[in-house]
Design a protein around this ligand. Sequence first.
Ligand code: SAM
Length: 286
Amino acid sequence: MAPQPSAQQVIEGQRQDWNRVAGGWEKWDRFFDEQMAFLNHRLVADARLRAGMKVLDLGSGTGYPALLGAQTVGPSGTVLGVDLAEHMLAVAGRKATRLGLHNVSFKTGDVTALPLEANSFDAITSRFCLMFLPEIPKAAVEIARLLKPGGWVAAAVWSAPEKNPSIGLSMEVIKQVVELPTPDPTAPGIFRLAKPGDLEGLMQQAGLADVTDQEFLAEWSYASAEEYFTSLMEIAAPVQNLMVRLSDTQKQDVKQRITQAASNFRRGDRITFPIAVRIVAARKPR
Ligand SMILES: C[S@@+](CC[C@H](N)C(=O)[O-])C[C@H]1O[C@@H](n2cnc3c(N)ncnc32)[C@H](O)[C@@H]1O
């Protein structure tokens, strides 16, 4: 098994990885917004956002779901989006400006150690961030500390790889072409919180109540297998990390195998993949 990097090394790696793909996220922004906006609505609903609330979004990246949160809480409310990667946040800031939103701000920081006052947020949201943390229990404790009593948190993380072939298949194909060290199942990564009950348990241990853990099934679709491959390579930092280990010939081989495997998901004139997202919500007791 590969040796475990320290928490600080993971954080630094994450910062570099997501900064590197920020341009790709900006390029594909409209596509992913069209494909996955429903998740932002689901998180905004599960965190019970209302006008006037003060909201924290953890790992906002290019602004999801912070921007929808800001529209929901309106001018009398505020949203603070925190992320390690300043280039991702710069994209989020440009989108906020384009949308004319003055009640959302973005700040760099590690969500497991936030220099923010206890009991100061009405609600917390987070989309596809918590599984990348080296110390997830610490983030749950931070959430419990920062929420006002009675406030809700809602977080989305990827469910199992076999239910998310659009992510899982690229990993499988790369493994067929090059030998990779067996990943440590407890190491941070895309599917680290895929098991039912994992994030739910951490929320409970942190003292949060009324915890729900639901798998949310949906689909996303691409115009072609090539569009799928290109977008994957330009936004998926964990997949990029595997690709850099390959020679040019191996990369060509991987591309051919991934597009071929993606073609099995053709429905009508599009490539349509099932996706499965785990949505965990909880409330801080009064
Ligand atoms: C897959 S992106 C998701 C971004 C956005 N929430 C979305 O759903 O589009 C993961 C984000 O988590 C951020 N991240 C990872 N570890 C973090 C940490 N310890 N503290 C803050 N942000 C972190 C990354 O920088 C990256 O922008």
